[in-house]
Design a protein. Sequence first.
Length: 298
Amino acid sequence: MNLFNIIEEIENVDPEVYGRISERRDVIKNITSFGSKVALAAMPFAIGTIFKKAYAQSSSTPSVVAILNYALTLEYLESTFYNAGKAKGTALIPAAAATNYFNQVTTDENNHVTFLKGVITSLGATPVSAPEIDLTAGNGSGTGPFADVLTNYQTFLTVAQVFEDTGVRAYKGQAGNILANKAAAEGVKAGLYQTVLTAALGIHAVEARHASAIRQIRGQTPWITSTATLGNDTGNPAVNGNYDGEQNVMQGTVNVTTLKNAAGGNTTSVAVATAAFDEALSMEQVLGLLQGSFLVKH
């Protein structure tokens, strides 16, 4: 997250932003001082304090807070999953894989949870509590289709792929909603929504890197294609729904298969056309897939 870019975005809609806080020089000095003294996970609290004081009368709309709490719910799931795997040590995850991949992924997911909770709090809202989670996808039974997820490394990798692939699609699904809120807002709120969008897209990019790495660990392409059923190349049909839509070849009004290919031919294969784009999932779609399986529903 580039703090200076975020401040510039807010300045575009509120030229008096620095005057609201303090002199520009002092703001830059304060923020750079924060950076040297405060851990990354604590930055949202520091930043939020500055802008909350400056815009004491402003509040985020419920829809934006709902999006952030939705993202937080997904991050709780991923964080719980990776921490549970890490706790098993080499009995589950080979030492080399932990060192090269999963230690960092676990840290990233924990930071995402802390970051989102901080942003939500700084907007004057309350972060949702961690949900009840069943990593076997058994809705609390512990005997779902991934029953050996914490004892079988291959199953662990499969679930990791499902979470990361779904996470990428989930974040993409909310970018447009935040943009819509920004377009409908005025002045300070529009700037704050841009801040939220910047943070969400940053997390989306990290999730995409996670997905690529885990897919390659499993010997798959870094991207989803429709060559498998609905794009589901996990080997488990229980998660077909998480990949539904990845067979789409239409982008806007363009059928991508009708475009010239790299060799100069007049068509592009379905595999290439579907691999070129990640398809978004709505909040309702994602929660429909997770609730009653990985997220326990009573």
